[in-house]
Design a protein around this ligand. Structure first.
Ligand code: SF4
Length: 576
């Protein structure tokens, strides 16, 4: 300190230097150990840092074992999908679709290049709890008209998809969605997918809890935290409040099921979420009860910790084994829950099954037609959509009806249809007539009410068959010939990825190339499974027929239905 400072400046400087020394002594930011650390050399690379650190550590562990990372993992490490937005916009300016691993990276933003089936993008949204406002729904219709094929689909995760988006328009759709208070971020690739919840949340007379706040909390939690993107594989979370229309939570990686816990089990009596884990019906597994219950307001924290255990331990070398189910199979519940508790820093409460009251049963037809809400004088009206498809004109009409005759909300269901809620008693008939005027219906036969189909060959490169066309043909053929007194779920899926969950259908069809001669020529067709179910009827369907041509499928399904009607033990027996 050779400079001649004024006395007050000198005091300041001495105090400042003393403060720095104290900070260093306490191990503060500029503490000496940082400089004293030996520099990383050669193979001893620096420990990964930042939000992707856990994923990078997991990748390094597999490599240290001499195992080859999946290409998608290498792509994530080279350039994290969320960081590709600028390049994606440049591609749009150049009217170019992505190539190679960029196809995967663009899915982080919700854009799927679906060539060769369609030389265009599909955009998959996120609709937390499947509920949106009429003006958002109309806005999506505008985007589909301006940038897409003029239609949208409701998916089996109570979500919306737009298709036939040209190379120039992908970012415009994504930014248009943000303008509507919606997003597509993280709806594809190895990310946490759209959060499903009870579609009648908050209006359902039998629900134990309104799932909307919890689904919304989780939706915002994952959107805001970059370290929750780029998992080993996709991840599904659902909240079921015990209402009349289920969320199919037992087909999710994590299912939160509202349950009523009785007094005398060491926890506060009342409504909790029971945690079920590892559902992935395409791999023939439902989520199983862990015995754990969580306070509804702690659901996001618990899901966060579980996802982080999955990030640490999920397989990153074999895409077929990279889902949560396989971590659970390897560890067992107790080890997985112990690791979750380590992340949480507190113990998860457990109760025996006997502490939990039987859950209210869903009604397999409550998503169609008119049903009383818990609010006096109000109703929800379920509208049938042919395997989820709506034209933009129909979407605009539905938005108008929700605004004028309902409470302004549109609720999507996992049954690929939608509900208009808050319809006063004296407007129900008008609503039904107006829906009919749109070329849609509020009524369905027992066959059509439970008919779901994935995208199939109209827009998915994995498809072995035209699923939506086949589903329509089966419904048309059978409803004219077979009168059913119970609903029957028919799930038509285009390939073993099982987006339409054929294994939980009373009748499931999975697309297959059916050989027609010895030269190896094939035609569209299906393998048929029967006896699946969900909820309290949960069952994985068993294969009954192989290699049924699409053209023959309606007659084969008719035969199955007739045989069931003729041989069932009583009128209440399902196909399961
Ligand atoms: Fe495509 Fe297969 Fe999924 Fe159908 S099940 S949408 S064909 S990936």
């Amino acid at each position: 300190m050779g400079t001649d400072f004024a006395p007050e400046q000198k005091r300041y400087l001495e105090g400042f230097v003393a403060g720095l020394a104290a900070t260093r002594a306490a191990g503060g930011l500029n503490a000496a150990p940082a400089a004293a650390k030996p520099a990383a050399t050669g193979a001893a690379a620096a420990e990964p840092a930042g939000p992707d650190a856990a994923a990078h550590r997991a990748m390094a562990r597999f490599e240290a074992q001499g195992r080859k990372l999946a290409n998608e993992e290498k792509a994530k490490r080279e350039e994290f999908g969320l960081d590709s937005y600028g390049r994606m916009k440049q591609h749009a300016r150049d009217a170019a679709f992505p190539k190679g691993v960029d196809v995967f990276r663009w899915k982080f933003h919700g854009l799927f290049y679906v060539a060769p089936t369609q030389d265009s993008y599909m955009c998959r949204l996120r609709i937390p709890n499947g509920i949106l406002k009429y003006w958002q729904f109309a806005g999506v219709a505008d985007l589909a008209a301006q940038h897409g094929g003029g239609y949208s689909h409701v998916t089996t995760r109570a979500n919306l998809q737009m298709r036939e988006i040209p190379a120039t328009d992908g970012p415009a759709v994504l930014e248009g969605l943000i303008g509507l208070g919606l997003t597509a971020r993280g709806s594809g690739a190895d990310n946490i997918r759209n959060v499903t919840g009870g579609p009648t949340a908050g209006i359902d007379p039998q629900e134990l809890i309104d799932t909307r706040p919890f689904a919304l909390d989780w939706h915002h939690h994952i959107l805001a935290d970059r370290s929750l993107y780029g998992l080993p594989r996709k991840f599904n979370v659902a909240f079921d409040g015990g209402g009349r229309i289920g969320a199919l939570e037992d087909t999710n990686d994590i299912g939160f099921q509202a349950v009523e816990v009785a007094d005398g089990h060491g926890v506060e009596p009342g409504v909790w979420f029971r945690v079920v884990l590892g559902g992935i019906t395409g791999h023939m597994d439902f989520a199983r009860d862990t015995g754990v219950i969580v306070k509804p307001e702690q659901a996001s924290d618990v899901a966060d910790a579980m996802v982080r255990v999955f990030i640490d331990h999920g397989d990153r070398t074999d895409r077929k084994k990279a889902r949560l189910k396989y971590v659970l199979d390897a560890f067992g519940f107790e080890k997985f829950l112990a690791l979750t508790e380590e992340k949480l820093g507190w113990s998860l409460p457990r109760v025996p099954a006997s502490a939990v009251a039987p859950r209210p049963e869903p009604d397999r037809l409550a998503h169609i037609g008119v049903h009383r809400q818990k609010q006096a004088g109000l109703n929800w009206v379920g509208v049938v959509l042919p395997t989820g498809r709506m034209s933009v004109e129909q979407m605009h009409g539905l938005a108008r009806l929700a605004r004028d005759l309902g409470d302004g909300e549109i609720r999507l269901t996992v049954w690929q249809n939608l509900i208009l809620s808050g319809v006063p008693d004296d407007k129900v008939a008008l609503m039904e007539a107006a829906v009919e005027a749109l070329g849609l219906s509020t009524k369905a036969t027992a066959i059509r009410a439970g008919l779901v189909a994935c995208t199939g060959s109209m827009g998915c490169r994995f498809a072995n068959a035209d699923t939506k066309g086949a589903a329509e043909a089966i419904a048309r053929h059978c409803e004219e010939r077979v009168a059913l007194d119970l609903p029957v779920n028919i799930h038509v899926t285009g390939c073993p990825h099982s987006c339409a969950q054929h294994y939980i259908g009373d009748i499931g069809l999975v697309g297959a190339r059916v050989p027609v001669n010895e030269d190896g020529d094939t035609v569209d067709g299906f393998h048929l499974v029967v006896g699946g179910g969900f909820g309290s009827d949960a069952a994985i369907a068993r294969e009954l027929y192989r290699d049924v041509k699409t053209t023959e499928a309606p007659v084969v399904v008719e035969g199955l239905l007739r045989a069931w009607l003729a041989h069932r033990a009583d009128g209440a027996e399902t196909l399961a």
